[in-house]
Design a protein around this ligand. Structure first.
Ligand SMILES: *[C@@H]1O[C@H](CO)[C@@H](O)[C@H](O)[C@H]1NC(C)=O
Ligand SMILES: *[C@@H]1O[C@H](CO)[C@@H](O)[C@H](O)[C@H]1NC(C)=O
Ligand SMILES: *[C@@H]1O[C@H](CO)[C@@H](O)[C@H](O)[C@H]1NC(C)=O
Ligand SMILES: *[C@@H]1O[C@H](CO)[C@@H](O)[C@H](O)[C@H]1NC(C)=O
Ligand SMILES: *[C@@H]1O[C@H](CO)[C@@H](O)[C@H](O)[C@H]1NC(C)=O
Ligand SMILES: *[C@@H]1O[C@H](CO)[C@@H](O)[C@H](O)[C@H]1NC(C)=O
Length: 753
């Protein structure tokens, strides 16, 4: 009857029926307002979309639940929804066609979940959607066409994901989009045609990404854009004619590393009203061509040198009565923090100091612009210097000595695959602008003291694949901005004490595949800012209890392929932000109680595969339960593991290739597998008569007293039996001594309360 009514009276009929049905249909744990047609089920630990939601519902708010997957057609029973909120639901998978049937939906909020991929058909059928919010997920990749059907979308928010690359035509089909938010991703590459077809876009937010260059071509496809946010990207240079958006009015370029802005940079964006250049590294500005409409330029927080080089800019400002220019002097000392427009042109002097000829060159007002002209510019023999890009390369030229005479404004120098043997002192002392230095596979044995001196702006230093066996503690002198350091595939046998004190901005340190035997106290001293430490493939047998202490903010620690015989629990104390820990391929045979307690509050991904692991104590994962998202245990010798039922966020687990003993003590695993959406492969090895069966298909027959499916059962007895003997002893001992951490490595001191 319901179907008949719907087909003859359509929507109204359905509403009527919903009304007649009254409150009876409200799902458990939800609140239904049948007048407003709103259903809310916030933070109710729901694991799926409730099935009995009244059909006429317009707004559904299920924020803060535990719905790992949205299956195809999940909302077919409630086709009149206009607003759907699925924030913070631990969603990691959206099936293709998940929202099919929601043709009236206007707003969809999927923020703060763990979604990794957007398939081409994920958003199928959302033909009225105006707002799509997917911020703070884990999206790494978007397939072109994923938004192809969202022709009415106004706002697309993809902030806080893990996008690295935008392929061509990725946003095709967004015919009415106004605001596209891509802030706080990891974008470093944007295809020229990535923004093609976004005819109506007014605002694009790309701030807080990894863009090293302005994506000129890609941005030039945006024909109506009025505002572009590009702040907080690691750009050093804004080249000639690089900003090409005819309709652009407001451009933010704050908190980058700009050292130079070409005087013609904005010539193709004559409508610019506001340019925000705050907090960059600009020392000099030239008058900017073609900005008749400009009303505000903000240069606060730049180390502007108020000398003769700035006088043309000073004059340019004063010629424009409607322009508000916020420019403060960083030097010389007498003018520090003075407003540029409060100084007279005659105050802006250059005093030449013949003794210091580098500075003299910079101070000569004529020399700078002319250096950028077409005259023959310096470039060492066998090398290729691209003056427009400021890249110089001598890759694979069989050079025996580091050449001299690169353009002093070079940003990137690529000298991979040469044969240098040593890097002498002062090799790069005139490259004060260099950001990235590549010296991989150069046969380097020796780095002389002061080798990198003068590289004041260096951010990336690549020394992978050399023969370096030791480092002087002072080797990194003069690299205040170094952020990424690659020393992998060398012959280092130790980490020099205190060397990292000289690198206050070091963020990622690559030491993979060296023969380092241990990490001792003071090794990491001064590396306060370090977040990612890679020690894969070393010869580590121990990590001293305080070795990692200076690195409070450590997020990734890769210790896989080493010779550790125990989880370095004590060393992890203080690393309370760690979210990835790799211990795979170490000869760790057992994991004791509370092994991960120091990092339990933050750890999300744990690799314990390929270790020959035999025993995991019942309390080994204490504290980890709610935050852990992936756990790798494949290729070990485990016959049992602790109960997984408290791991509420787990979405990846690998149990393959272990000799599971499918006897009563493993019953908990079978039950967990039956109740989870997570895909698990675990094969029984014992008892003999079930060898080869999947754990979930094993009979566990003689454990029948514990098997009633629906009831929650207590497993205390079974648990006792399941606990290995050693574990039991250890456990008792722990209780007696009130140990906080029990660590299998006898060299480590337990912590007592
Ligand atoms: C930009 O840098 C300034 C100075 O370091 C800082 O105070 C400000 O918070 C930064 N802005 C952003 C958006 O990061
Ligand atoms: C320029 O930036 C500074 C620092 O953020 C701010 O206080 C000031 O109001 C800005 N001025 C204009 C005109 O935008
Ligand atoms: C400022 O205006 C004067 C007079 O119109 C002109 O000669 C000069 O070139 C202008 N300077 C700049 C930097 O635009
Ligand atoms: C690794 O350490 C062991 C001793 O623990 C030593 O015998 C071996 O030579 C070391 N390997 C390398 C490559 O240094
Ligand atoms: C689990 O590990 C096995 C063995 O290394 C591998 O073949 C398999 O692809 C992994 N499974 C998952 C789901 O990652
Ligand atoms: C396997 O053997 C055990 C005892 O040896 C028995 O209780 C159980 O029923 C057998 N299971 C199957 C599937 O034959």
């Amino acid at each position: 009857m319901m179907l008949q009514l719907r087909s003859s009276h359509g929507f109204l009929g359905a509403v009527l029926i919903a009304f007649l049905a009254g409150t009876a249909a409200c799902p458990p744990y939800c609140i239904c307002d049948n007048i407003q047609r709103v259903v809310t089920c916030i933070k109710k630990q729901l694991t799926e979309i409730p099935v009995t939601i009244p059909e006429a519902t317009k707004e559904l708010n299920i924020k803060g639940n535990n719905i790992n997957t949205i299956p195809t057609g999940a909302f077919l029973p409630i086709p009149y929804l206009t607003h759907l909120n699925l924030q913070k639901c631990k969603i990691h998978h959206l099936a293709e066609g998940a929202f099919r049937g929601l043709g009236q939906l206007i707003s969809l909020n999927l923020g703060f979940n763990s979604i990794e991929f957007i398939y081409q058909e994920t958003f199928d059928g959302l033909m009225s959607l105006q707002q799509l919010i997917i911020n703070n997920n884990r999206i790494e990749e978007i397939r072109p066409g994923a938004f192809g059907q969202l022709g009415f979308l106004n706002l697309l928010n993809l902030e806080g994901n893990r996008l690295v690359y935008l392929p061509p035509l990725v946003f095709q089909g967004l015919q009415q989009i106004k605001h596209l938010r891509l802030s706080n991703n990891m974008l470093n590459n944007i295809a020229d045609e990535a923004f093609a077809g976004l005819w109506t876009l007014k605002r694009l937010s790309l701030d807080d990404n990894e863009l090293q260059y302005l994506p000129t071509e890609a941005l030039s496809r945006l024909k109506s854009v009025a505002r572009v946010d590009l702040g907080q990207n690691p750009m050093t240079y804004l080249g000639d004619e690089s900003v090409r958006m005819a309709s652009l009015k407001h451009l933010t370029l704050d908190n980058m590393s700009l050292q130079e802005v070409s005087h013609t940079a904005f010539i193709h964006s004559p409508g610019l009203v506001v340019i925000d250049l705050r907090y960059n590294q600009l020392q000099v500005m030239q008058p900017l061509e073609g900005l008749e409409a400009l009303r505000t330029i903000n240069l606060t927080g730049n180390p502007i040198q108020c000398n003769c080089l700035m006088s043309p800019f000073r004059e340019w400002i004063s010629n424009r009565t409607k322009l508000r220019a916020e420019v403060f002097c960083g030097a010389p000392g007498v003018f520090r923090d003075e407003r540029l427009d409060s100084l007279r042109t005659m105050d802006l002097k250059c005093i030449s100091r013949p003794s210091d000829h580098e500075d003299e060159e910079e101070l000569n007002p004529q020399s700078k612009p002319e250096k950028n002209n077409q005259d023959k510019l310096p470039c060492p023999e066998h090398c290729d210097c691209k003056h427009d890009l400021k890249h110089s390369t001598c890759e694979g030229k069989g050079l025996r000595k580091i050449p001299k005479g690169f353009p002093v404004d070079a940003l990137l120098l690529d000298m991979r695959h040469n044969d240098f043997y040593t890097v002498p002192r002062g090799s790069f002392s005139d490259l004060k602008s260099l950001v990235s230095l590549h010296m991989q596979n150069c046969g380097i044995h020796d780095l002389h003291d002061g080798a990198f001196r003068g590289l004041k702006k260096l951010i990336y230093l690549y020394l992978s694949g050399n023969e370096i066996s030791s480092l002087q503690p002072t080797i990194f002198e003069g690299l205040p901005d170094l952020t990424y350091l690659y020393l992998d595939y060398n012959k280092l046998t130790s980490v020099p004490k205190g060397a990292f004190k000289l690198l206050p901005n070091l963020f990622a340190l690559h030491l993979e595949y060296n023969p380092i035997p241990q990490l001792t106290d003071e090794n990491m001293e001064g590396a306060d800012f370090l977040r990612w430490l890679y020690l894969t493939g070393n010869n580590l047998t121990s990590i001293s209890p305080t070795a990692l202490q200076p690195i409070r903010g450590l997020q990734k620690l890769f210790l896989d392929e080493n010779k550790l015989t125990a989880v370095p629990t004590i060393a992890l104390m203080g690393a309370s932000n760690l979210d990835e820990l790799k211990l795979a391929n170490n000869p760790i045979k057992q994991i004791g109680d509370s092994a991960f307690l120091p990092v339990a509050g933050s750890l999300q991904h744990l690799w314990l595969n390929d270790m020959g692991l035999e025993t995991i104590f019942d309390g080994a994962f204490d504290g980890l339960h709610s935050g852990l998202e992936s756990l790798y245990l494949e290729n070990n010798k485990l016959s049992n593991i602790p109960d997984l039922k408290k791991f509420t966020s787990l979405h990846t687990i690998n149990l393959s290739n272990n000799p599971w003993n499918c006897d009563c003590p493993l019953l908990h695993l079978r039950r967990w597998i039956e109740n989870t959406n997570v895909k698990v492969t675990a094969i029984c090895s014992l008892p003999e008569n079930v060898t080869g069966l999947n754990v979930k298909d094993a009979p566990f027959k003689h454990c029948k007293t514990r098997l009633p499916r629906k009831r929650k059962v207590s497993l205390t007895k079974g648990q006792d039996k399941r606990k290995p003997k050693k574990a039991k002893q250890q456990h008792k001992k722990q209780k007696k001594n009130k140990l906080q951490y029990t660590v299998a490595d006898p060299t480590m001191q337990p912590v007592t309360n």
